[in-house]
Ligand binder design. Structure first.
Ligand SMILES: Cc1ncc(COP(=O)(O)O)c(C=O)c1O
Length: 365
């Protein structure tokens, strides 16, 4: 049964006129409205849409100290036909649900969460339709967030929570498709534990662990960190904000979902498309030494990342143990470009959505 519409408190004065759509950046501008829901006395309640606003929280809120917070991220696109399309939001709902379970957040069922997220997203899009950018490569990024709000310094799951969905008009996250990104292999620090850790959850701790290595690698001139496994610092895991793929000797290889990396939705979409096209795809552990050996033997054909913010992003070079491996001198590679074109084609309504990935968001003019 479809959910009824959530009550809306509209803004008095829109901030839209302050937005420069030619310089959006990523995630620093927030639309006029947000969705809000609370958890108290054992029940989720009070779903509503209200003006985007500061949250009143006490300094003693355990989430600020112990990190009981989860989030997710998906996008909607203003298509070439003017229609607005949301890309695979139910999958993000399932991942957010899994993140909640791992962080001991009492969440409703995954299907119900998905229905709430889709309905809230549609209403936010309808209300803030003029915030949705229209240039190719731009989109409306949607960020659900669930935080513990109970004020206690005890280390335990909170008894109260806030669920927010905010939206943000964004440009592209990384450098352009022709330049690609440079990655530095991180062989000192670890993003997430190999066994039993938080790596598969989209939660603050994983990003906190990435800040120092990320900052170090940027000061060395790299764009992003390429993570290795926590046990041996030998097997490739993922990149800061995207999953990683290698094309080696005609086959596409990507690390498996073993609980330590984020189960990316664009990763899943890329795997589906690659298999559709009849390519041989392996989800298996891949040692960084194998990548270097494939580069040296000339078998490493392409390296690319996949993620909501990054879309499909060519990797131009990889730095490891003081060496720089120029894995692509003229990105993007043929397969990287084909994937980028297919995925963005589906997202912007240029190509048919054969897998049912798009959820429509009707906007009245
Ligand atoms: C650490 C990490 N890995 C991978 C991804 C890609 O996931 P998705 O394709 O669902 O955006 C992200 C996306 O934000 C991420 O933060």
């Amino acid at each position: 049964m479809p959910l009824s519409r959530f009550p809306v408190t509209p803004v008095q004065q829109s901030r839209l006129s302050q937005v420069d759509f030619n310089h959006l950046g990523f995630g620093s501008i927030f639309c006029d409205h947000m969705f809000s829901m609370t958890y108290e006395n054992g029940a989720w309640m009070n779903p509503q849409i209200q003006p985007y606003q500061a949250l009143a929280i006490e300094p003693g809120v355990a989430m600020l100290h112990y990190g009981q917070t989860v989030f997710d991220g998906y996008k909607s696109f203003r298509g070439i036909d003017g229609e607005v399309r949301i890309f695979r939001p139910e999958m993000n709902a399932r991942r957010l649900h899994a993140s909640c379970l791992r962080l001991c957040i009492p969440i409703m069922g995954a299907d119900e969460l998905g229905e709430i997220m889709v309905q809230a997203t549609r209403q936010l899009i309808e209300l803030d339709r003029d915030w949705i950018p229209s240039q190719w490569g731009q989109s409306l990024y949607i960020r659900p967030l669930i935080i513990g709000t109970e004020s206690t310094l005890e280390v335990r799951a909170a008894n109260s929570y806030r669920f927010i969905i905010m939206t943000s008009p964004v440009g592209s996250y990384f450098t352009n498709l022709k330049k690609g990104v440079s990655l530095r292999v991180e062989d000192r620090f670890t993003r997430a534990a190999s066994l039993g850790g938080l790596g598969a959850a989209k939660t603050a701790a994983n990003y906190a662990a990435s800040l120092l290595p990320g900052s170090e690698s940027r000061s060395e001139g790299f764009d992003q960190v390429l993570w290795l496994d926590s046990n041996e610092h030998r097997y490739v895991e993922e990149v800061g904000a995207m999953n990683i793929f290698f094309k080696i000797g005609g086959k596409v290889v990507t690390p498996p979902l073993g609980g330590s990396i984020l189960p990316g939705i664009v990763r899943d979409s890329a795997l589906t498309l690659l298999r559709d096209w009849g390519l041989e795809v392996e989800e298996r552990r891949i040692a960084i030494d194998e990548v270097v050996a494939a580069f040296s033997s000339g078998e490493l054909e392409e390296v690319f990342g996949a993620g909501t913010a990054a879309v499909i992003c060519p990797v131009a070079s990889i730095g490891y143990k003081g060496e720089i491996y120029p894995v692509s001198s003229s990105p993007p590679g043929e397969l990287t470009l084909r994937l980028y074109d297919e995925l963005t084609g589906i997202q912007y309504g240029k190509l048919p959505d054969r897998h049912g990935w798009i959820v429509g968001a009707p906007v009245s003019a």
